[in-house]
Every structure is written in C-alpha cells, then in structure tokens.
Design a protein around this ligand. Structure first.
Ligand SMILES: Nc1ncnc2c1ncn2[C@@H]1O[C@H](COP(=O)(O)OP(=O)(O)OP(=O)(O)O)[C@@H](O)[C@H]1O
Length: 238
C-alpha cells in the first residue's frame, strides 16, 4: 500500500499539490485530472525528481521520501515519462538493460529477465534494433520493459497512451493490465485516455489545481459532479 499524507508542493505561487492524503491499495490505480492538475508532480515527488514542501509517503513501512532517488529505484520504484525516454543510439535490449546494470543478480538471471520482459511487451524480435528505428508504440513498450525488468514493486506510468493509435492502446491495455499478475508490481497510471483508465484501473484519483477532488471506484468517480465540473470544456467522455 502507498500511504500519502498531507503532501504539498508549491512552485512559487503555484500550488501543484495541495495537502494530498490518500491510501492507495489497489493493484492498478488511475490518476486523472485536467492539464496542470498536478499529476506529473505527484509522480515526480514519488520518484524523487521533486522535493515536496511537506508530507510523507509510506510504502509497506518504508519512508519513501527519506530515500535518495537511486535508492528508491533499487528498492523497487520504477517510472516512465510523459515524453518517452529512450536512448536513440542504443538497441532496444541495451535501453532495457540500463535498469539491470546496477543489480547484483548473476548475469544469467539478468539475461532471463531481459528475455522475459522483451517477450512480454512484444519486442522479442527487435532486441538488437537501435531505438531510433522504433515507432512511437515500440518506444513506449521499450520504456515499459525498462520499468518492468528489475522486479519492481511499484510502477508509475506517466501518460503511456499519449500519441498512440486505438490499436496500440489496446496492446498497451493488455500490457498494463497484466503487470500485477505477471510481475507482482502495483501500478499508478496517469492518462488522459479515460477509456484506458476505465478498463484497467479499479480505483481512480482525480486531481484539480493540485487538490484531490475525488478518489474511489473508477466508474463512480467518473460520474462525480465535481469531476465532471473540473473537466468542463475539455474532453472527458464518461
Ligand atoms: N518545475 C516546475 N516549475 C514551475 N512550475 C511547475 C513545475 N512543474 C510543474 N509546474 C506547475 O505545476 C502545476 C502542475 O503541473 P503538472 O505537470 O504536475 O500537471 P499535470 O496534471 O501533469 O498536467 P498535464 O496533464 O498537462 O501533464 C502546473 O501549473 C505546472 O505549470
């Protein structure tokens, strides 16, 4: 369980996260909200890219915010980025291997983990292809594989569906939907694609101007009047 208590982040006069308190227990939890609501800031705080002004995050008894970012990664926190991060001159396999590099596991185990994750995301035939030759979906899958390869406990996904076609989002849905079963990790999924959120997230939290305005079963949250009002004039389809 991820227990977030009284978490606040300010950027000058902007309140990016406003005293967020929430217990996240479900296997896959959605994070939605209009542009600028604070979703990426939340992921940045959890992964150590942003220091909060106040608050705590407890995961299975570990005070996450007291760990340096690299120690969080070693502990089992993995994340993806809104703008996909692959090294263009490295192969798919090497892009994923980066997550295994500092692991103390024996080489054979690392190779087995690499092959398993390549298979899982459907890139087994592309291991030796340099990333600059990949299409946007294959890049996303490479980044996801990098998140999954080193036995993560928590995976934070920042808009993985951005820029993908409907068919590609279907593939993504399967990959994300099975993470808990296959890899045992809890997933926090940010996305603007409400259909994707609806199909894989049992619970969803909604941020608006840094405030947590709703949290609960996804279907219920999407019918919430405050949530609909927050999205007024934008594209939520519920
Ligand atoms: N490093 C930063 N410096 C200053 N302001 C920032 C910084 N990062 C985020 N913000 C501001 O904090 C607020 C929350 O931003 P954040 O990126 O977390 O929103 P978001 O919900 O992820 O938005 P989007 O859906 O557009 O990605 C916004 O007003 C944003 O401009």
């Amino acid at each position: 369980m991820i227990r977030i208590s009284d978490l606040s982040v300010h950027f000058g006069g902007v309140v990016a996260l406003d005293n967020i308190t929430v217990d996240i227990k479900d296997d896959i939890v959605g994070v939605i909200g209009p542009n600028g609501a604070g979703k990426t800031t939340l992921v940045n705080v959890l992964s150590g890219f942003v220091l909060p002004d106040s608050g705590t995050v407890d995961v299975e008894g570990v005070d996450l915010l007291s760990l340096a970012p690299h120690k969080r990664a070693r502990w089992g926190l993995a994340r993806s980025f809104q703008k996909v991060q692959t090294a263009d001159n490295l192969t798919v396999a090497d892009n994923i291997w980066v997550s295994l590099d500092t692991s103390a596991s024996p080489g054979m185990k690392k190779h087995a983990a690499l092959n398993r994750v390549l298979d899982y995301v459907g890139l087994a035939d592309m291991a030796d292809v340099p990333a600059h030759k990949l299409n946007p979906c294959q890049r996303r899958m490479t980044e996801l594989a990098r998140c999954l390869v080193a036995s993560p406990r928590i995976v934070l996904l920042d808009e993985p569906g951005g820029g993908l076609s409907e068919m590609e989002v279907d593939k993504l849905r399967q990959v994300i939907g099975n993470i808990k079963t296959i890899f045992g990790a809890q997933v926090l999924l940010i996305d603007h694609d409400v259909e994707l959120i609806k199909s894989v997230c049992s619970k969803t939290m909604v941020l608006d101007f840094g405030e947590l305005i709703a949290f609960g079963p996804t279907e219920t949250v999407l019918q919430d009047e405050n949530v609909k009002a927050a999205y007024l004039g934008t594209e939520i389809k519920v």
